[in-house]
Structures are given as C-alpha cells and as structure tokens.
Design a protein around this ligand. Structure first.
Ligand SMILES: Cc1cc2nc3c(=O)[nH]c(=O)nc-3n(C[C@H](O)[C@H](O)[C@H](O)COP(=O)(O)OP(=O)(O)OC[C@H]3O[C@@H](n4cnc5c(N)ncnc54)[C@H](O)[C@@H]3O)c2cc1C
Length: 453
C-alpha cells in the first residue's frame, strides 16, 4: 500500500523555522527522511514531507504550533513498530518523531511508579528499578516506545495479569495541536477530579494529542518464573487448558497459542528449536511465577506432552517459539497483520474457522495464526496470493463481527483497518469519536487519515 497523494515539500521558510526550534540536524528531508516512511512489515510506504525530531516538550509544542499555522498535517511516530500502518505518512504528512524524548526518571519505590519520556522504550521501563518490572511485555519491547504503546493501547503477553497499556497509566503529559501542554503526572492512584484524559489518549493513535511523557505503574518482578509449552491436538484443547490455567494457576502470567506451521517456518528460516521432540498440531505456552507455580503447572498439564523451563536461557528458548511468530509471515511474503478478538466462548470457532474464511477469498493465501488466547485474541497473519485489495480484511473482519468480536484487539485501526471500523462501531459511536477529536484538535492536523474525523 503506497502513498495516495502527492508530497508537497514544506516551504523553505517553514523548514528554517523548524530548524530554529530544534536544530538543523533534527529537521530531515529527502533521503534522510525516507526511512521514517516505511512500516515494520513493509506493507505501508509513504513519503514524509519532512521529519521533525524535537528534543523536549517545549520543542514539540513550538513545532506543532508551526504545523497548525501552516496547515501541515503531522503523523506522530515512536519506535515505528506499529502493525496497522498508523505511524507512517501515507498522505505526505510530516513525521513528528518523539524518539529523542528519552528521559527516564528514577523509579519511586513507594509508589512503584516511574516517569518516562515518550521516546523511552518499553524495555528500558522494565529495567528501570531493581525488583520492579513493567506490566506491558511485547516482543517489540526493545524498540516500541512509551508514546507509541500509549497511542495504540498496546497489549501483549501479560494482559491477563496486568492489563493493557491503559491500565499502567498513572498520568500523562501531552501537547495539543495548538501547542498547549497538558500535564497530569502526580501519579495519584485516587484522583477523581474530572475527565480522565490520559485514559482517552490510550488507543487514540496519534489523533488527539502528542504524548510527550507518562507516569507509569511498575509491578513487582515475578520471582523464579516457570515456562511450559504443551503440545495439543487442536484449538479446542488449547482453549480448554488456557481456561483451566486461569482458574487453577494463581501465579499465571501468560497463556499463548501458536501452531505447527509457524513453528516449522521459524525452525527452517530462523533456526528456532522446536519445544518438543514430537511435533504437535498446536501449542500452548504457559508461564507462571510465585510459590507453587511449578507444581500448579505440573498438576494442570497432567500427562500432556510438555517442555518445561526454569533457567533464563531455557525459558528464552521456549519463548522464542512464540515471540518470533510475528516474523513468520514476513519470511513468506508481505503480510497483512489482522489482529482480532472475540468473546471467550467464540475463540475456538475463530481459531478453527479463520483459515477457511481466508481460503474462500483467496485460495492461495497462507494463514499463520497465533496469539494471546486468554484474552480472546488471535493474530491472523495473511500472506496473500491474490491482490491485497481488501478481500482478506473483508473476509476475516466480517467473520469476526459475526462472532461478536473486535476487528482490532491491540494494534489499532491505523490505515490497515480504517474501511472496516463500522463493523465494530455504530454510527453514533463514530460521530462521537469525531466530536471528541474536534475538541482536541480543531486544526485537524494530527494523523488526519486515521480514525473518523
Ligand atoms: C515483533 C512485534 C511484536 C509485536 N507484538 C505486539 C503485542 O504483542 N501486542 C501489541 O499490542 N502490539 C504488538 N506489536 C505492535 C507494536 O509494537 C505496538 O503497537 C507498539 O505499541 C507501537 O509502539 P511504537 O513506539 O513503535 O509506535 P509507532 O509504530 O511509532 O506508532 C504507532 C501509533 O502510535 C502513534 N504514536 C506514536 N508515538 C506517539 C506519541 N508520542 N504521541 C501520540 N501518538 C503517537 C502513531 O501515530 C501511530 O498511530 C508488535 C510489533 C512487532 C514488530
């Protein structure tokens, strides 16, 4: 999917004004800007009008004021690991990169909180304090940033225990498109003093305000985690075991599903070692920590074939089987990342039916499915054989909507799913979205092609 409109370079006077705000080295155009126009999957390619790399909240505010005055649309960008094409300039917008806002405060051990700049990676937040960890754990954590994770309300591998990014937010600092800075970073757990706009910014995909910093909840680092991968006959067995794990393993951190096809590709293309000597059709990875975790997991799996790891190296080996699954479709072609969720009791129907639904639309397409089974979430990665003209989204999203599900579990709507949002949201809701948006960004310059206006 390429750019749909002609890129107009900003006038030299505007580029000079940006350079005065943040320094010439941080205003990029032409070849220097090109890398900011392509997403992680390679499916979305645009050309930025310019790339602006402010180094402070004040610089973000001045840059946005200049953009608003000039009517220059802006796409905020963090680590550029987003999977819905919402962070790349498909319509010739300027990219506002927040990567230089990478200041990380000292963690507050009494509150178990830390203040992080928008450009801090999630891995750095997780490593911020001894004995502390961050609740959002995603495979892209070494590159994904606090600002991007808030803007997408990232989920990941421990949502069943700690919730998504929105649940980690204890405060936010953000800049509106007119340059107004709003800041609420005291980190009070109890604070009913009006609208909770930090929560509204979670999942706003860069359309309401530019996040510049956040106050984040930290969690105790889980002691001695145990990781187990069970080989199972089918998706129904995966779902049943995951449901039992949530009830019977109090220290459960993760319950993750993947299949033999994806694992075989990883073994062949990336040298990932399979967890079990005898391959199984599908696998469930369970991780638990705390007193009795190993015994609880052993009692849960019974005589199911299972690989168990307790050392960091062995656990990493098992986790590679799941965490490297987002790469599988990329080894086979250019992937469409369709990330969906359904009510728990419909998950088996989704997991067993989705390949057939894609095949009806494109018989030659390859489907790699994996995901966060405990959250009713399935990542449906499609490598099309037929043109990627929307037929794959039509098929998968209609199926999901028919099951009462969501067309975006955790990656957001972005450019990838914009057309299909009415399958998940009513006209009244979409109209409310547009009104909220106008209140935050009357100039209409923030990520104008993402979410309804
Ligand atoms: C290998 C891999 C595994 C992944 N696994 C998961 C997973 O398990 N769960 C999950 O939820 N996601 C996952 N993702 C997707 C992605 O990592 C997350 O969406 C992440 O939160 C994006 O962060 P980012 O900094 O890269 O944001 P970007 O990609 O740069 O931007 C994403 C969106 O946020 C907006 N944005 C970025 N920064 C700001 C800001 N400061 N203020 C306002 N808006 C902003 C952008 O405009 C865009 O709409 C995965 C991605 C990869 C590549």
């Amino acid at each position: 999917m390429g750019p749909v409109s002609q890129v107009t370079a900003p006038p030299a006077t505007l580029l000079r004004a940006f350079a005065q705000v943040m320094g010439e080295a941080h205003v990029l155009t032409g070849d220097a800007a090109a890398g900011f126009g392509v997403d992680w999957t390679g499916a979305f390619t645009g050309s930025p009008a310019a790339v602006l790399r402010p180094g402070s909240t004040a610089e973000v505010a001045q840059a946005l004021r200049l953009c608003a005055d000039a009517g220059l649309a802006v796409v905020p960008q963090g680590g550029n690991t987003g999977l819905a094409g919402g962070g790349v300039p498909l319509h010739g917008e300027a990219v506002l990169s927040l990567a230089r806002l990478d200041g990380l405060g000292a963690p507050d051990p009494e509150a178990s909180q830390v203040t992080a700049g928008a450009g801090v990676t999630l891995q750095r937040v997780a490593d911020a304090g001894r004995g502390l960890d961050f609740g959002v754990h995603i495979a892209s954590r070494a590159s994904a940033t606090v600002g991007g994770a808030i803007a997408t309300n990232a989920g990941g591998l421990r949502v069943l225990r700690y919730g998504p990014m929105r649940a980690q937010l204890r405060g936010i600092e953000a800049v509106l498109s007119d340059g107004t800075v709003v800041s609420h970073l005291a980190g009070l757990v109890k604070d009913n003093t009006g609208y909770d706009y930090p929560s509204l910014l979670a999942g706003s995909e860069g359309t309401l305000a530019v996040v510049t910093a956040a106050r984040l909840r930290l969690v105790p680092r889980a002691p001695d985690p145990v990781t187990a991968v069970a080989g199972l006959p089918d998706a129904a067995a995966v779902h049943e075991l995951a449901q039992r794990a949530m009830r019977e393993v109090p220290g459960l951190l993760s319950a993750e599903f993947f299949g033999q096809r994806g694992l075989a590709v990883l073994a062949e293309r990336a040298g990932v070692a399979p967890p079990l000597a005898v391959p199984a059709p599908v696998y469930l990875l369970l991780e638990a920590a705390g007193p009795g975790a190993a015994d609880d997991l052993a009692a849960l799996v019974g005589d199911v074939p299972v690989a168990v790891a307790v050392t960091a190296a062995d656990r990493a080996r098992l986790w590679a089987c799941r965490e490297r699954h987002p790469e599988v479709a990329g080894f086979l072609g250019t992937a469409l990342k369709l990330d969906v969720a359904v009510p728990a009791h419909r998950w088996v129907r989704l997991a067993t039916g989705v390949a057939e639904v894609v095949a009806a639309a494109d018989p030659g397409a390859e489907v790699i499915a994996y995901g966060h089974v405990a959250d009713g979430n399935l990542h449906v990665n499609v490598v099309p054989a037929a043109p990627a003209d929307g037929r794959h989204q039509d098929a998968v999203f209609s199926f999901v909507a028919g099951l009462g599900g969501s067309i975006s579990a955790e990656h957001g709507i972005g450019a990838l799913k914009a057309r299909w949002l009415p399958l998940s949201r009513s006209p009244a809701e979409l109209a409310l979205f547009a009104r909220i948006r106008r209140a935050f960004d009357p100039a209409g310059i923030l990520n104008p092609h993402v979410l309804p206006r």
